[in-house]
Design a protein around this ligand. Structure first.
Ligand SMILES: [Zn+2]
Length: 673
């Protein structure tokens, strides 16, 4: 343990996990000692939505977050003066952190002007003009009586252009200096904020600059506003490395339970987020079994608590069936009880993380939790509300396909089998998460190799995966040095033609590439260098015409529709094509029989990330790719034991009689201890 009485918080770093940046620490505020990692429930208007103070105390909340911007407008600073600050006003005995108002000024609708001296905005309460300067924000936070104050910053969307991000960052740095001066000798702690949007160079510059100022803690701002989770995680890791060891680090506005786990792993100590309460309002609970979505009809009669391991009031008192019912009849109590559980779950999760860091068992805990924590609910059938919404959808047809529209997003449905492409979530988002992000496509395009990175897109469909890849590369700009060669395979182009006829529902197709591909079987871009080729026909035949793949997006319809693509033989041919390459295959299924086929064909098989209702997907690795693990979680003895007992043991298209596959799975090197 290293002790240091840094700043006003008397921060003590208690432990740092091995092979991770995760840390356990403690510090004192004027009202309460804070043990980290910790989560701060959001009390925007000096109240956590629908929660009583007793419940918050019981949950173990150590710090509440309140918003200066809102409190300035209502109730107004005079009330805080009269009641002895926010602690007296809301009768809260523990710590309070106030944000500076920067985020709200720049994110809420309404007019605002910005100059070097201050930001000016129109009050949403009475339309008066309010001026907030760094000095004025600190003065307000002093009167509110925050234990921890935040310096005023200029927030920009993480997707803004470099020049704009740079100028917002520089203004934030000048305002940070002014905030420190305005704090003076107040005993209240003050945190500086690192900005820089999603640009690594700016984030580094900002972290270095802010870290040199004598703040009591350091926050990472401007994330959770449009970037991907991988971008956010990279940025977090870059920044925390540059921040002082002996001060708390706070990642603002993030996130899901999984986001928290990932950020703690990267060295963050403090979090706030509205998700536990806002998702509770929609009927979603975070549990030790992943997310539970009380809109699913299967919970209608389910006994037992929503989380069998949770000790909160809700879990001790009510069954899932009762909570389902409250949600169904839009009873406020339901929202309140679920929020209570979610906040409790978040805080319990932070305490558990802390225990593992202190006990030296962080890494195994982290690995075990990654795929479980935020897994989407797939229990039973989707609720009736969703089905009704589906019935309301407008339909369009071409060949064997039709368009199904939900929430203004189009899906392609095969009318013969009834299967829907990317059924669980927004297809563009799923393509981005499951195929582009997970395959580290952009990372693999770095460097100056002339040799193209070959991506096979098996099952072009409505081009969601191919366009996600193209848009991701174009987003990086012409700097992407290594050429991308994208080869799409499709035996029926009606799905793409149908989607192209409805660009309003398939927004990823608003691009010149898909039309060109249909017309010429090919589309090229010079900067960044991309070549997209269409091989129309049966994959089994046409795959021999393509260069061997580095990455495979394996996204055809399932076995019942596209049987030939999922057999042991098909995977054997694929394995053969990748035998000399570092090839990674990504697919949405986690079917036992498909995994057995991949293993028997010679792939190494790992768990893939969750998507939509699926808690898990699958990654196949060529032996070369398996040697460079990239943190993949290979299926182990546990899966093998499950497979032995499973009804779905036999690969599609194989039989019990010819069971060479059985030997191949059992003897697979990935199961050797
Ligand atoms: Zn609970």
């Amino acid at each position: 343990m290293t002790a240091a009485a840094a700043g006003r918080l008397h921060f003590t770093l208690e432990a740092t996990a091995e092979n991770s940046s995760a840390r356990a620490a403690r510090f004192t505020t004027q009202h309460h000692e804070v043990l980290t990692p910790t989560f701060m429930p959001v009390g925007t208007h000096a109240a956590v939505r629908s929660q009583r103070r007793e419940d918050l105390l019981e949950s173990g909340a150590q710090v509440l977050l309140a918003n200066t911007y809102h409190l300035l407008l209502r109730p107004g600073l005079d009330i805080f003066q009269k009641f002895g600050g926010i602690h007296g006003f809301m009768n809260w005995p523990r710590a309070v952190l106030t944000d500076s108002g920067g985020y709200q000024i720049f994110s809420l609708p309404g007019s605002r002007t910005l100059c070097e001296e201050y930001a000016e905005f129109t009050s949403y309460v009475d339309s008066t003009l309010i001026r907030l300067s760094p000095e004025r924000s600190i003065e307000a936070q002093k009167i509110i009586g925050a234990d921890i104050m935040m310096a005023l910053d200029q927030c920009v969307p993480s997707t803004v252009e470099h020049a704009a991000a740079r100028s917002a960052m520089q203004l934030t740095h000048r305002w940070a200096e002014r905030s420190l001066a305005a704090r003076g000798d107040s005993p209240q702690a003050l945190f500086g904020i690192v900005q820089g949007a999603s640009y690594a160079d700016l984030r580094i510059e900002s972290a270095r600059t802010i870290a040199q100022m004598p703040f009591d803690g350091y926050a990472i701002g401007g994330l959770a506003v449009g970037e991907s989770s991988a971008q956010r995680e990279d940025c977090t890791a870059t920044v925390t490395e540059l921040l002082p060891q002996q001060s708390p680090r706070y990642l603002m506005g993030v996130g899901t339970t999984r986001d928290l786990l990932e950020a703690v792993h990267r060295g963050v100590d403090m979090f706030d987020c509205i998700l536990p309460t806002s998702l509770a309002k929609q009927g979603v609970a975070f549990t030790s079994l992943g997310r539970r979505d009380l809109r699913r009809a299967a919970y209608r009669g389910m006994e037992g608590p929503i989380d069998p391991t949770c000790r909160c009031y809700t879990c001790k008192t009510y069954s899932i069936a009762y909570l389902f019912h409250l949600q169904r009849v839009h009873e406020t109590t339901g929202w309140q009880l679920l929020s209570l559980h979610n906040i409790h779950f978040y805080l319990q999760l932070m305490r558990t993380m802390r225990e593992h860091i202190l006990a030296g068992t962080w890494l195994p805990f982290y690995r075990a939790q990654r795929d479980v924590l935020d897994a989407r609910d797939s229990y039973g059938k989707a609720a009736r509300d969703v089905t009704k919404a589906v019935l309301r959808e407008r339909k369009r047809k071409r060949g064997r396909y039709e368009v199904v529209v939900k929430d203004d997003v189009g899906y392609i449905r095969d009318t013969v089998s009834g299967e829907v492409m990317h059924p669980g979530s927004d297809p563009a988002q799923e393509a981005q998460s499951l195929y582009v992000e997970q395959s580290r496509l952009l990372e693999r395009l770095e460097g100056s190799s002339e040799e193209p990175l070959v991506v096979w897109d098996v099952g072009l469909g409505a081009a969601a995966n191919a366009m996600a890849a193209i848009l991701a590369v174009e987003n990086v700009g012409p700097a992407a040095a290594r050429p991308l060669k994208l080869v799409s395979f499709e035996n029926d182009l009606d799905s793409l033609k149908l989607a192209l006829a409805h660009p309003g529902w398939f927004r990823h197709l608003r691009h010149a590439a898909p039309q060109a591909l249909l017309r010429d079987n090919r589309w090229n871009s010079l900067a960044p260098p991309i070549e997209w080729q269409l091989l129309n026909g049966d994959f089994a035949v046409r795959k021999f015409e393509a260069l061997p793949p580095d990455i495979i997006f394996f996204d055809p319809f399932s076995f019942k529709t596209d049987s030939a693509l999922w057999t042991l033989n098909a995977f054997r041919e694929l394995a053969q094509a990748c035998r000399d390459k570092h090839t990674e295959l990504y697919t949405y299924t986690y079917s036992t029989s498909v995994r057995a086929a991949m293993l028997a064909a010679g792939f190494y098989v790992a768990k893939g990330r969750a998507t939509g209702p699926k808690g898990e997907t699958t990654v196949g690795l060529s032996p070369r790719a398996a040697a460079a693990a990239h943190g993949r979680e290979l299926l182990g003895q546990e899966w093998l034991a499950k497979w032995r007992r499973s009804d779905a043991q036999v690969p599609f298209g194989s039989t019990d009689q010819d069971d060479s596959w059985r030997e191949a799975v059992l003897a697979h090197p990935q199961f050797r201890a």
